[in-house]
Design a protein around this ligand. Sequence first.
Ligand SMILES: C[S@@+](CC[C@H](N)C(=O)[O-])C[C@H]1O[C@@H](n2cnc3c(N)ncnc32)[C@H](O)[C@@H]1O
Length: 231
Amino acid sequence: MKDLFGQALLDYQNGQYTEDIITSTSISDDDILPLPYLFRSFKDMPKLEQKALKLAKGRILDVGCGTGCHSLCLQEKGLNVKAIDISKGAIVVCKLRGILNAEVKHLLDETETFDTILLLMNGTGIFQELSQVTKYLTHLKSLLKPNGQILIDSSDIKYMYEDDDGGFWMDAHANYYGELDYFLKYKGKEESPMKWLYLDFDTLKLACETVGFKCEIILEGAHFDYLARLC
Ligand SMILES: C[S@@+](CC[C@H](N)C(=O)[O-])C[C@H]1O[C@@H](n2cnc3c(N)ncnc32)[C@H](O)[C@@H]1O
């Protein structure tokens, strides 16, 4: 990984914002990911994220924290938060923004326990593929203190396969439709392709049942997105 994402966050943090990140996927063309959005404050967050922050309690783990926008809100409320991300640049930014406990760490390498675990901005993306969901959920379960909760958001992206006549062009023999290849460009450089998973709620719920998690929808967004609570 070249960590172009982290480099972009660092440029913004250091006052060197000249261009945004460009993303695309195996089923969609180039799209702009505005850097300021990754530094959003509570008032600019989607309702799903605001709800997750209101429900977070006890010792909290922010997985895939990015610039630490969620961690910062929680820390400012006096809560005990640990922020982790695989991007070195993102963790440097978190520290520059004043997050007291931020570490470069892959979710599967985390071993401490928490009352609330947050995975936000399509948190299921981190699982990468449907075949890995059980492994990630089992690990997340091992990180929960008694009566702990996981707050995770995702979207049912079936709508992205809809054609102009209202039909769907999904290949019935292909993998699960939420499994995408994800491409990122920044300042003319290309990141190595990544896998990114969107999960519809029923599929997430089914996977949760196999590892003994109760899974409920807390809030639905305006565009097939939802916030779920696992406990
Ligand atoms: C879409 S960004 C979301 C950032 C932040 N949560 C937000 O809402 O702005 C996903 C983040 O997850 C991080 N990430 C991806 N896989 C990870 C893993 N296995 N463990 C920890 N962080 C991961 C990426 O580096 C990236 O910063």
